[in-house]
Ligand binder design. Sequence first.
Ligand code: C2E
Ligand code: MG
Ligand code: MG
Ligand code: MG
Length: 286
Amino acid sequence: HADAAMYYAKSLGKRNFQFYAPTMTHEAMRRASVERQIRIALEEGGFTVEYQPKIGVRSRRLIGFEALVRLKPVDGRPPLSPVEFIPIAEDSGLIVPLGTWVLNEACRQNKAWQNAGYLPVPVSVNVSAVQFRSSEFAATVRQALKSTGLNPAYLDLEITETTIMQNFEHGVTLMRQLQAIGVGVSIDDFGTGSSSLSKLKLFSADTLKIDRSFIRDLPHDRDDAAITSTIIELARNLDQKVVAEGVETQEQLAFLQEHGCDEAQGFFFSAPLSAQRFEALYGKQW
Ligand code: C2E
Ligand code: MG
Ligand code: MG
Ligand code: MG
């Protein structure tokens, strides 16, 4: 353990030298190291945001984009992915300042593009369960819109189905507050949580976002094809928009078009890009 602790301290560089109790497990040391990286990145401007386009399945044009947080690389080393650091940010509470930073940065960038004359489209920002449960969240959204001047119609919040269903009564109250502000709400990773249909109707999100796990094996997997077409139908009957995430192939896109899916997002169109590289997608026809 002492060797491992030294290795971790060194791997962070001199600047980040830190002590570990010899009794800490390898996993605890890893988490402490990631937590410290998050803290330092928050203080020193070490985060950035990438943007991934959402495309109209019929128009084949940009109709929105999702903001995805990234750690900037340090000393040329590949940074940790959000899949690794978001859970640790959640457990440590750092997700609250981090989430607020992403929200403000995404709103600022979207407003800047609108000011520069690009076609206005909504930016979608992911909301963690920890932010969702906080009583301050609606005020944080209001403040981000106010300080950046972004019209609420151009902000969409992605909240996972699991988060909503685990905090349902609070979720409905928050949803009403967000609707009053005028922002959109999408249910992310839809199909992986456990919605009851009556709760889904009561929550009344604007958009269902079909989880990538159902898209991956389309159109060949019969179960996934049935689930995907059923979610599309459900969204239509509830008067909600439907987005497919993780679209990687022409065949998947053709299936989605045939079944009336409104929007698609995935590597088939583009990976998440830096703001600078994203600008080229505004005029693009896929
Ligand atoms: P998510 O919100 O479901 O985001 C979609 C993830 O799928 C992104 O991974 C994106 O890069 C990836 N993706 C997009 N298209 C494709 C595709 O065609 N194929 C495959 N295999 N993957 C695709 P990323 O950026 O690593 O983010 C992972 C998760 O981390 C997100 O899932 C979200 O839950 C969380 N996350 C990312 N940024 C934020 C953030 O700013 N705040 C919060 N709370 N969570 C975030
Ligand atoms: Mg998302
Ligand atoms: Mg998702
Ligand atoms: Mg997902």
